[in-house]
Design a protein. Structure first.
Length: 377
């Protein structure tokens, strides 16, 4: 069993980084610690809860102790050893993919086909686009990828580009969310959504399928799913992502005859606006998202929870680490700024570079296409 021991501020002991030369007392203390830790894991086979073990009373480091919690082991040396503190000791097993929660960094409003590739290359593993129908068409069957009422790209054109990127990035490009600006006020709504599903299936790769989420914003428009909800493939799911009531969303989808209970829940706010839930308990986006995550973990019906649209690094950290979201949307214009330099470090290092106090609770990684997007981790 391999252990990595950090000394001081992000430095490693000589058995993993020879550049550091700690004192003989530190090395001896660390060796004693490793022995106790190894015995604890082998004999007790325990990873959860707090376990405290004192070294032998005859040992000069008798005050030394270790605490094991969620695969993170802390070691504090006695005051006689230069007040050195050893932290973040993990077994090699604790950093395997199976122990890290897969999360999605979703590029918001990738309506221009060129932004699909940009988003994935910048570090996102998912994209979101807006779908609207051509109101001039008598049957409302012509679908555009558009948000602002100036349609230029058809769904077919967009999907062809997505297919190219999907084949280029068979693991990194994991998921697409289709945000359907289609309301139940249109009698053709459910038929239009079925057409969207059919076209997505016909164009995107048949092997190594992308994970797909069909979403609407308002709970009042839930009937648009009527023609697809009973025929979802294992890589397809549905979502309502502008609702303050995740329990209502859960109960509605659970009551339908779904072959696959592939439910996502989301909520959000414009990145430029403050979320009242961050400073008013019981109110706002944060509260509903956290409740959605609790329902996900307890009932296993909602499979993933996501929030839109964030820009501040502090908010991204808070939603990943405190609300336990599975996905975060960011604006495409932010991908270079945040993904390239900051978000990747948040995900890969669990917030370590920012000195996040809740690093022990992070344990996240970027999801891959082969991850099950409709399973509770």
């Amino acid at each position: 069993m391999e252990f990595h021991l950090a000394v001081g501020k992000n430095k490693l002991c000589p058995w993993t980084e020879k550049s550091l030369e700690p004192s003989s007392e530190v090395i001896e203390s660390a060796n004693n610690f490793i022995k106790v830790l190894a015995n604890h894991i082998v004999e007790n086979n325990s990873k959860r809860g707090f376990k405290k073990h004192n070294l032998s009373k005859n040992d000069e480091n008798k005050d030394t102790h270790i605490i094991i919690s969620n695969d993170i082991v802390s070691f504090k040396s006695p005051s006689g050893v230069s007040k050195t503190e050893f932290k973040k000791v993990k077994s090699s097993k604790s950093i395997t993919k199976t122990n890290l929660r897969p999360v999605y960094l979703i590029a918001h409003r990738c309506n221009d086909p060129k932004t699909i590739e940009t988003a994935i290359q910048s570090g996102c593993n998912a994209v979101e686009c807006d779908l609207s129908y051509d109101k001039s068409n008598i049957n409302y069957e012509k679908v555009y990828v558009d948000h602002d009422g100036y349609p230029t790209t058809t769904l077919t054109e967009w999907l062809e580009k997505a297919k190219i990127v999907a084949n280029q990035e068979p693991e990194k490009f994991a998921l697409i969310i289709f945000d359907m600006k289609i309301t139940t006020g249109n009698t053709h709504a459910a038929k239009t959504v079925k057409k969207i599903q059919d076209e997505v299936r016909s164009i995107l790769p048949k092997d190594n399928c992308l994970n797909i989420v069909f979403s609407v914003g308002k709970y009042e428009d839930r009937a648009v799913f009527d023609n697809i909800i009973g025929d979802l493939q294992s890589n397809e799911g549905v979502s309502i992502d502008y609702s303050d009531y995740p329990k209502q969303v859960e109960e509605y989808f659970s009551s339908k005859n779904m072959k696959n209970l592939n439910i996502w829940y989301g909520n959000g706010i414009n990145a430029a606006l403050p979320d009242p839930g961050l400073f008013l308990p019981g109110k706002g986006i944060f509260t509903s998202i956290k409740k959605g995550a609790e329902l996900r973990d307890s009932n296993k019906k909602i499979k993933k929870v996501y929030v839109w649209t964030l820009a501040k690094e502090s908010s991204i950290r808070q939603y990943f680490n405190e609300a336990k979201v599975d996905g975060i949307m960011i604006n495409v214009r932010e991908t270079q700024k945040y993904i390239g330099a900051k978000i990747t470090s948040i995900v890969l290092a669990g917030g370590l570079k920012g000195g996040l106090k809740t690093i022990n609770d992070s344990n996240i990684r970027l999801a891959k296409r082969s991850d099950n997007a409709f399973d509770v981790f």
